[in-house]
Design a binder for this molecule. Structure first.
Ligand code: ADP
Ligand code: UDP
Length: 235
């Protein structure tokens, strides 16, 4: 597969065209940002960890019936994926109160929720990814009702599958963010990444953070934590 021109450079990944118009190559960087871009830095080795972990998790999810963009891992940092039109929603599932949920609602971080929750943010940097509900998504034409139903179903399915899978490695899945995309025929598939950048992982015994919160909150040890998650999941 020929790597062609760079189509996009984001905060954590670059996207390249290939000689197949339906496929792109994502290239994972070590760059990290937090606090809506206020904090910038690097987490050494993060790109490799996120690439390998995300691919591993997407393969596992596909086997269990959740369609994804994953095609083939090309190198430590590069993966061939199906090119999609990203649905401009950050789809967030929560099992335990943390982060913005705790702040907004005054629920102490670590409080288990009675049932998993689902929320949408409008992917719009200029307006800081505002929280919206599904009526807003419909009203703004971000997705159709049918797409929202499909996305919601997949998001809860991913939660069930991932929560059980991670507990096998003594990791609690606190919350996570997903992105979905449309294939040329309109089929919705899971896209972007699933990694310690986009999930909260807590050690199930000690409660230690094994995710980007170490960087976001200046707690330190983020490099080691990313390596730890990779070692647990990929051996
Ligand atoms: P950001 O854009 O938030 O800085 P990244 O650095 O992770 O994020 O950039 C990756 C970009 O690629 C994101 O905008 C993401 O929505 C997009 N993307 C992820 N998967 C695909 C895909 N399969 N096809 C096209 N674009 C994708
Ligand atoms: N998240 C993400 N990208 C974002 C915002 C959130 O991947 O732009 C993930 C984050 O890693 C966490 C979940 O979504 O697992 C919920 O994040 P929250 O809304 O609590 O926001 P934060 O506290 O990170 O601002």
């Amino acid at each position: 597969m020929e790597k062609r021109e760079q189509l996009y450079e984001g905060k954590a990944k670059k996207v390249f065209a290939t000689d197949d118009p339906n496929l792109v190559i994502v290239d994972y960087k070590d760059d990290a940002t937090a606090g809506d871009g206020a904090k910038k830095g690097t987490i050494r080795g993060k790109g490799v960890v996120n690439n390998k972990l995300s691919n591993n998790l997407m393969k596992m999810l596909a086997e269990k019936g959740v369609p994804t963009h994953y095609v083939q891992e090309l190198s430590d940092r590069e993966t061939l994926v199906k090119k999609v039109e990203i649905v401009p929603l950050e789809v967030i599932v929560r099992n335990v109160a943390a982060g913005s949920f705790s702040k907004r609602l005054g629920v102490p971080e670590g409080t288990p929720l009675n049932c998993p929750t689902l929320e949408f943010s409008y992917k719009n940097d200029e307006y800081h990814d505002p929280l919206i509900n599904h009526y807003h998504a419909l009203a703004l034409g971000l997705a159709t009702q049918e797409e929202i139903d499909t996305i919601s179903k997949y998001a809860f399915q991913v939660n069930d599958i991932l929560s059980a899978y991670l507990l096998g490695f003594n990791i609690r899945l606190i919350d996570f963010k997903l992105e979905f995309g449309r294939l040329p025929d309109g089929t919705i598939v899971l896209a972007d990444e699933i990694s310690p950048d986009t999930c909260r992982f807590w050690d199930a015994t000690t409660g230690a953070h094994l995710d980007k919160d170490l960087f976001r909150r200046d707690l330190g040890g983020e490099e080691e934590a990313y390596q730890e998650v990779m070692a647990r999941l990929l051996g």
